[in-house]
Design a protein around this ligand. Structure first.
Ligand code: GDP
Length: 326
């Protein structure tokens, strides 16, 4: 690990943000020379600035961790800004990276890119197996386009990139702004404020039934640095998560028990639940070198009849013939 990063020039967009700051700290501790572009110097939503950034600060690797993001609330209030900022910033950075001849790009994606109506854990092969959940499509699709651009740029220009799909994060540096926060930070703030104000009740959103996966941000940063070093497959995204699901109700009960809050909890079902279940399958993360599907079975990053649909078809034909492989 140390040897690989020693003296390596790495640019981390979003390197001052919630996740990025933890990635930057690790890279520096391993001896990398890290540059963090700031918005006041380079507005990455313009191609000109994105290219200037990479030419004025040449790097061996670009980790694109910048995002205009938030929890389910921001998707309701700012769908247009979410869409434009993330789509354009990502597209520009990939284009700038190939013009500046960056050796490898690491794109930070999101579990919101997955089909929003599948049952069970989300596997990389399922990325194209259905539409994103309507509550997060504005954000999810923009990051998904980076996976498409990565593959297109590998084919046409030989640019190496990988696409990491992250689950819900929490931990130091998270946003506690109720307009933008994800559920863990949002609930911690609600409980702290209720305790301080001695409020008789706390309002929580939705039904409490949805299942989410929560990953500590520092563990996520470790996984990103490891994947940046070792994972090479442009055509196959890589999930980064715990694989463990927790219902929002369980989360609420945990925070309530830890704080000892004695008031009542009300569930506002006018607020969105979002996807019923968003939990990643992390078996590839545990064994990143496992063989890719063989010829004719390559249901990798190409929109089409792959993912669940294909798997179901394959399973059906296996039960008929007893020989097909999934
Ligand atoms: P998501 O994973 O993209 O859906 O985003 P969030 O991290 O915002 O989690 C949203 C889930 O938590 C939904 O099921 C919400 O109904 C539920 N939830 C309950 N209370 C809150 C809250 O105060 N803020 C947020 N953001 N979500 C809440």
């Amino acid at each position: 690990m140390q040897g690989f990063w020693s003296g390596k020039r790495v640019t981390v967009t979003g390197g001052a943000g919630f996740l990025g700051q933890h990635v930057v700290r690790r890279l520096r501790s391993y001896g990398a020379e890290v540059y963090v572009p700031r918005k006041r110097d380079y507005d990455l939503t313009t191609l000109d600035a994105a290219l200037r950034c990479l030419l004025e600060h040449p790097c061996d690797m670009l980790i694109h961790a910048a995002a205009y993001y938030g929890g389910i609330g921001i998707n309701v209030h700012e769908p247009g800004r979410l869409y434009y900022q993330n789509l354009v910033m990502g597209a520009n950075l990939m284009e700038a990276a190939r013009l500046a001849k960056v050796a490898k790009v690491v794109n930070i994606g999101t579990a919101c890119s997955y089909p929003g109506y599948l049952e069970g854990h989300l596997r990389e092969e399922d990325l194209w197996a259905g539409p994103c959940h309507a509550s997060v499509v504005n954000y999810g699709l923009t990051k998904k386009m980076l996976a498409v651009q990565g593959l297109a740029y590998k084919k046409q220009y030989g640019l190496d990139s990988i696409h990491l799909i992250l689950t819900n994060l929490y931990g130091p540096g998270d946003s506690y702004n109720p307009e933008r926060s994800h559920v863990v930070a949002a609930l911690i703030r609600k409980w702290v404020e209720a305790e301080l104000a001695r409020a008789p009740s706390i309002e929580v959103w939705g039904t409490g039934k949805p299942i989410r996966e929560f990953l500590y941000v520092e563990d996520c940063a470790d996984a990103i640095v490891l994947a940046a070093e070792r994972y090479q497959d442009t055509a196959m995204p890589l999930n980064i998560g715990t694989g463990k699901g927790t219902s929002i109700r369980e989360l609420v009960e945990t925070i309530n028990d830890l704080t000892g809050y004695a008031g009542t909890i009300t569930w506002n079902t006018d607020k969105p639940d979002g996807a019923a279940m968003k939990v990643l399958d992390v078996s590839r993360m545990d064994a990143p070198d496992r063989p890719a599907p063989g010829p004719g079975q390559d249901h990798r990053l190409v929109p089409g009849p792959q993912g669940r649909g294909r798997r179901q078809m394959v399973i059906a034909s296996r039960s008929r013939q007893g020989t097909a492989r999934s």
